[in-house]
Design a protein around this ligand. Structure first.
Ligand code: WT7
Length: 647
């Protein structure tokens, strides 16, 4: 963080970029921003007018039941229509929607018209399986075109998709399936990752074994070249390619109501139980469309590439919905950035002449570590705009990105947002906002941020708050309206949205994100609740208690350190450590493995019994310990410190 508070460099977009941008110059941004706050309804109605509606709205914003806000009530629309049919109807059917590239090097170009036909076919398959509006469908697929097709087919008929990132474990699938009573799972036999096939279907089988609600499992065949062991259960499982062969490629888009549920996406919070974040139709549609258009300055000739997985919100909004609504061509890549070698991403940029590139700080730091020689011979001159998302980017990584990838002439949009916000909230507009390395800068249109203390007073550094509703906002937590209110709206008495991040404002009014203020951490851009790991560890019969903290990590941004107290007399050795890691793999997924597990005889607690995580972080970071006077037993930290340095 120190390097961030001393960062004073400022980079203005070049004159050419400014001249051609949708939002051109700081003054243009300021004027439109003011308008968006003064008359949000007019602002959002104007944006919505650029899209297709079966019926227009009666009201733009209904806040009568806050925090259950409603947007564009009375309208009827369909996201898949706006992503596909609209472009075909307006003569853009032959344009490439997706240049897809598999990890082994296989590739497919899919036009908007083809994508529409595929989506219609699969939507018809869903119908023949009895899927109706409102039914929940889990999608557990690698980054293949069928993932986008499945998502859009759900949207087309009003089924609610719940995409589960294909790195999650069988237990995670089960939790999500049961929480939302999913009646179908769409998966693949496998998916490529670093030259190996992940056996996805087997994970699904294990996950849904006891889920009576799942009636159908549809399986996309990815392992043609490398056959995967994929047992099919009669009466429940069917092959995607066989089903789509038998149905029509026409399927009219269902007229959806504004607040009809579009999707669920589970994300981590401060308890052990992930929350099913709810996004609905019309507001999300407009917000994903407009943020994509302005933040990525999308133009008809752009070749856009976002390296995220559709399993996260970034992929939902900035691979599928926002980007396709804008009708541009994008690259979709299945695999790892270092397969077959560390130059793969730059080879793809060069091959497809990518103009806009959106990735995560953790990836940028990995590239820096792998070395600049991977850029040799790769022509990156097609790039005109770069973006980052997922966590704060350290200025060193920002400068490397700016220089080595952007050739010092591409603006960088550092976009702060969340699963809950649906789309960008704080971000530079590339043709308008001078950028600073490591800074998410200014609010998007209609977004009114504030930095507050616990009492709700404005302070230069404190807790980030969002003062006004915005169309892309979450509408709830599935099945738990009380948790929705408690988590996001109780901090300042129901007045403002509480995102859970700390922030400060600098002399130019720019906002710098300082990281989470709750027990949520971002490991390599993956959001993990420390309580999720803790609740896994204590399931082990030899474990009495555990506390997990996040500490700075060179590549991942944050690394996880687990303190585990073992029951008196039980062995604490590498064997137990392996068992605990195995439990994390099984309950959450390999990406949530802690970097270190430290066995401790006790944990530092206040006299009221609360674990002092701040002290654990200090110990893990090897720092001077802060105030220990409130500890019930001060000797505990000394022992821990000693154990930590010796381990
Ligand atoms: C949390 C949300 C947004 C899609 C990916 C993550 C952190 C995200 C930034 C950024 C600083 C960031 C925040 C936020 N975060 N982007 N540009 N600068 N922090 O979505 O899994 O819902 O996580 O990611 O802490 O609260 P998510």
């Amino acid at each position: 963080m120190e390097s961030v508070s001393h960062e004073h460099r400022k980079f203005s977009p070049n004159a050419d970029f400014v001249k051609n941008a949708h939002i051109s110059g700081e003054e243009a941004y300021r004027k439109l921003y003011e308008k968006s706050l003064q008359d949000p309804e007019a602002f959002w109605a104007e944006a919505a007018d650029e899209l297709h509606w079966f019926k227009k709205w009666d009201t733009v914003l209904d806040d009568s039941e806050a925090p259950f806000f409603k947007w564009f009530e009375g309208s009827r629309t369909n996201l898949s229509y706006n992503c596909l049919d609209r472009h075909v109807a307006e003569g853009r059917g032959d344009k490439v929607a997706i240049h897809w590239e598999g990890e082994p090097g296989d590739a497919r170009d899919i036009s908007y018209a083809q994508l529409l036909r595929e989506v219609c076919r699969f939507a018809n398959v869903l119908k023949t399986k009895g899927i109706k509006k409102g039914d929940r469908i889990a999608i557990y697929l690698p980054m293949v075109p069928e993932l986008a097709v499945a998502v859009l087919a759900c949207a087309r008929i009003g089924a609610v998709h719940s995409v589960v990132f294909a790195g999650f474990s069988a237990d995670s699938i089960r939790d999500r399936v049961l929480d939302s009573e999913t009646c179908m799972v769409i998966t693949g036999d496998g998916g490529y990752r670093r030259g190996k096939m992940l056996e996805l279907k087997k994970i699904v089988d294990e996950g849904v074994a006891d889920c009576g609600c799942v009636k159908d499992v549809i399986v996309v065949k990815r392992g043609e070249e490398h056959p995967v062991d994929c047992p099919m259960q009669a009466g429940r499982d069917s092959w995607y390619h066989e089903l789509v062969a038998d149905v029509s490629d026409e399927c009219p888009a269902e007229e959806m109501e504004a607040e009809d549920l579009l999707f669920l996406l589970y994300t981590s919070g401060t308890t052990g139980k992930p929350k099913g974040i709810m996004h609905t139709t019309a507001g999300y549609q407009v917000y994903s469309y407009l943020t994509s258009k302005y933040v990525f300055d999308l133009k008809p000739d752009d070749i856009y590439w976002c390296t995220a997985d559709v399993g996260w919100i970034t992929g939902h909004t900035y691979i599928v919905y926002g980007i396709l609504q804008n009708g541009v061509t994008q690259v979709m890549y299945e695999g790892a950035p270092n397969h077959p070698d560390e130059g793969r991403f730059w080879e793809i940029v060069d091959k497809y002449k990518v103009t806009i590139f959106y990735t995560a700080p953790t990836a940028i730091r990995a590239f820096m570590k792998w070395g600049d020689h991977w850029l040799d011979g790769k022509d990156l001159s097609s790039l005109r705009l770069l973006g980052t998302v997922g966590e704060a980017i350290n200025p060193e990584a920002w400068m490397w990105y700016h220089k080595m990838i952007g050739g010092e002439c591409c603006p960088i949009v550092d976009t702060w947002w969340q699963t809950e916000t649906g789309g960008h909230m704080l971000t530079p507009l590339p043709g308008a906002t001078p950028t600073k390395p490591g800074c998410a800068t200014v609010p998007f249109f209609g977004v009114e941020p504030a930095i507050l203390n616990d009492e709700g007073e404005e302070v230069p550094a404190g807790i980030l708050a969002i003062k006004k509703p915005w169309p892309g906002m979450l509408r709830g937590i599935y099945g738990d309206p009380q948790r929705f209110k408690d988590t996001y709206w109780s901090k300042w008495g129901g007045r403002y949205y509480f995102p859970g991040d700390g922030a400060r404002r600098d002399e130019d009014g720019y906002i710098w994100i300082l990281g989470r203020v709750d027990d949520v951490v971002n490991v390599s851009g993956h959001r993990i609740g420390t309580a999720e790991l803790e609740s896994v560890f204590v399931e082990h019969p030899d474990v009495a208690e555990s506390a997990v903290v996040g500490i700075p990590h060179d590549i991942k941004g944050t690394g996880l350190i687990a303190f585990v107290t073992v029951i008196e007399g039980r062995a604490h050795d590498d064997h137990l450590r392996k068992e605990l890691v195995g439990m994390i793999d099984k309950s959450i997924g390999k990406f949530a493995r802690p970097d270190r597990i430290l066995f401790s005889s006790d944990l530092p607690k206040t006299r009221s019994g609360k674990i002092m995580r701040r002290l654990l972080r200090d110990i893990a970071e090897g720092k001077e310990l802060g105030n220990t006077t409130t500890l019930a037993d001060p000797s505990v930290v000394e022992t821990l410190q000693k154990q930590y340095s010796e381990a």
